[in-house]
Design a protein around this ligand. Sequence first.
Ligand code: PFF
Ligand code: NA
Length: 445
Amino acid sequence: MKNHFSRVGFILAAAGSAVGLGNIWKFPYVTGEYGGGAFVLVYLLAILFIGLTVFLAEAVIGQNAQSDVATSFIKTSKSKNQNWKFAGFIIFSGLIILSFYSVVLGWILNYVFTSFGTLPSDSKTAGSAFETLISKDIASQIIYHTVIAGSVIFIVLKGIKRGIEKINLILMPLLGLILLGLLFYSFTLDSFSTALNFMFYPDWSKIDSNALLAALGQAFFTLSLGVGAIMTYSASLPKNANFVKSSIIVAIVDTAIAITAGLIIFSFLFEAGAQSSAGPGLVFISLPVIFSGWGVLGQVISISFFVALVFAGITSAVSMIEPSLKFFIERFNFTRKKATILCGGIFYILGIIALLSMTIAFKDSLTFFGKNAFDWMDFMTSSVMMPLAAILTCVFLGYFVDKELLRRIFTAHVSLTVFNIWYFLIKFIVPIAIITLFLNKLGII
Ligand code: PFF
Ligand code: NA
């Protein structure tokens, strides 16, 4: 792909991929489920020591090889061994994520439309409205999922990804502004200090291996790691561009947005007297109730907020499918159309299964070992496949790539000390940390 990004273009594309539902929908609700403070701290440590390290790993492989994920592994390896193409399998997690991500984007789209009507004025009404959508309204969910999936497919088919990025150049700052405005507003609420306490006062008794794994999974999910998205985008980054600085900027922006969203959503939630453990419905319960007290202005803010979120999510969605498309196009000579139909079809159908698995009608037949299909897709990707892909990437760079090559690339931008720290994290700390966590979770240690 000779279609290069500028460095700013790369930052925008990577930030577009990173910033999405992971920050505003998922981060608050997993934080709520795992009891707040301690989870947030573990999450921040995971971002700093593991997420950023793996982000740099994917960026350096992509930028150096300038190819699809499978070819990038082969090209970067010391031996140029063709078998490294199997590492390319990590891209398929992107399709699984995309399937349930599209369903959630569908819910958001639904909230854009319902914001034109009367917003629920208390958390009970808001909660049951969400519950009804998820558990009973199969038709609406399928329609919204189809609209979202169709848009994603249309965008990648027409290759108008850059067009979407232009739209986001307006909508992302808008999202940022709305978030800032809401943050300032939440300062005025009595519940702000409760929210602050909830998010930053660590209660270590709530931390077990499940919480640690969830924090790690969230760190990967939010930074778009372990599915080849960042590697694919870095493949379009000019070889001499400073990928380290770009990566750090993206990680900071992503983290700032997640924390801001968390503070707002918990302030609103506690103000409305609702429970922090509300699960995937959290954002849909806390925001509308506060907006409903503001009359027409509340509706305008609600609509703008959910619209901006749909677009933020669409750029993330596009980055989940792009690695698979590039793979089929470059390695199997598929046309873009054929690749899109195949990958689009897969995620669309998986999405239908995901949404049906939460409905009363199909719940029983789509629940396996106590988890419904939606939760399985989320769990298997965030908590299993992404961490495994991260181990693979670290072991690859630490043991199968020429250290001199990496040192040369890094020290063009950062000091030798920074490189050595990164290399030590990649070679020992990150793989050992993730493996220990897995073994602990499995009850082996
Ligand atoms: N980082 C995105 C978010 O936080 O919403 C989700 C995501 C995008 C995951 C792209 C994986 C990916 F490849
Ligand atoms: Na994110």
